[in-house]
Ligand binder design. Structure first.
Ligand code: ATP
Length: 349
């Protein structure tokens, strides 16, 4: 059982704020993903939980006990880093066993624990190999097994997939998801990859410049982004954003008119997702604009048009045929639209 509470946790170096006022309770067995661009404070947050970095403000509690002043080794958390940090002169078996030795766990139990952990990450056949004789994906699995073997209360994972090639990332991601289901241990996972966040998380924390922007399930973050930063960070492609103004219940911009929206008159930012919009049908042609580019995706065609200085992507059927420069009409009914404050970027309504 390990519930983690972060109470107004902050990290400052002089006047620079790395993490500001982070306030969240992470439930026992929850898989929480910290997501955001480089430098937003994800790693610092995790290092404070691990005890590798002091929090300069706030309290960190694990199972109700304040751990701010507790040594990392006493916190019962296991970390997996992007650099696997394996011992090159030890074979896989010894690498996985190492944490048990360090912690003084009864040697009689080591063999069974090492074999169980290595089986979970499918390394049984590689136990005699040195790290140099393994692929990147296998090394990362050794690092995972080394974390699992300790049976910690909390897993902290810092971009564990970032050194793997695209295909291996997908399969290792699936393995982590499966493992986390099997082990049911509270996990905090740091990434800048929104697909990893969406696929792995029970809840996602989106961060920007040390400040939490939104906390929610992947569906909540995707369907109701709290601001334009979250809207443009989540989804592939990111949500289309158009600057314009509200006039009597309609959103209006160059070559755009969408009726039936509720917001006060004045400047706003409109958002909609490529897959929610479509090519104009009989009833709907809210945007009329020239095609900027066409991309075949296999199962669909991504059509990008330019309105003013903004590029807007729409998913069209795979057999859609047209040319760059042709003018098309897009169907963007009010029901698929999100509205954001033009100045602050905050979601309206
Ligand atoms: P990345 O994805 O690039 O690892 P991150 O979101 O994990 O980024 P952090 O490593 O948490 O970001 O860093 C947050 C901010 O704190 C960055 O702007 C970084 O430059 C700054 N920072 C980190 N360590 C220190 C330090 N020891 N002294 C001063 N500033 C630091």
């Amino acid at each position: 059982m390990a519930e983690i509470q972060l109470r107004n946790v902050g990290k400052r170096w002089g006047s620079f704020v790395g993490v500001d006022n982070f306030d969240l309770t992470i439930a026992d067995k929850e898989f929480l993903v910290l997501l955001g661009p480089s430098g937003c404070g994800k790693t610092t947050t995790m290092r404070m939980i691990a005890g590798l970095e002091d929090a300069t403000e706030g309290d960190i509690l694990i199972d109700g006990k304040r751990v701010n002043d507790m040594e990392p080794k006493d916190r019962d958390v296991a970390m997996v880093f992007q650099s696997y940090a394996l011992y090159p002169n030890m074979n896989v078996y010894e690498n996985i066993r190492f944490p048990l030795k360090v912690r003084g766990i009864d040697p009689k139990t080591h063999d069974e624990k090492v074999r169980r952990a290595s089986a979970m990450v499918e390394l049984d056949d590689f136990l005699h190999r040195k790290p140099a004789e393994l692929s990147g994906g296998q090394r990362q699995r050794v690092a995972l097994a080394r974390a699992i073997v300790r049976e910690p209360n909390v897993f902290l994972m810092d971009e564990p997939l970032s050194n793997l090639d695209a295909k291996l990332r997908v399969s290792t991601r699936a393995q982590i998801k499966n493992l986390s289901h099997e082990l049911a241990v509270t996990t905090i996972y740091v990434t800048h990859d929104q697909i990893e966040a969406m696929t792995l998380a029970d809840r996602v924390v989106v961060m920007k410049q040390g400040i939490v922007q939104q906390v929610g399930s992947p569906t909540e973050i995707y369907d109701t982004p709290a601001n334009t930063f979250v809207a443009s960070f989540i989804g592939n492609p990111a949500m289309n954003l158009v600057s314009g103004r509200m006039e009597n219940g309609s959103f209006v911009a160059e070559n755009v008119r969408i009726e039936g929206l509720t917001a006060a008159d004045g400047p706003v930012t409109l958002g909609f997702r490529a897959e929610d919009a479509g090519l104009g049908d009989a009833g709907h042609h809210e945007i009329t604009a020239p095609i900027y580019t066409l991309e075949l995706l296999g199962d669909a065609t991504m059509v990008t048009v330019r309105i003013g200085g903004e590029l807007i992507a729409v998913r069209a059927p795979k057999d859609f045929r047209s040319e760059i420069g042709d003018t098309v009409s897009l169907s963007v009914p009010a029901g698929i639209c999100h509205l954001f404050d033009a100045r602050t970027g905050e979601r309206l309504g």
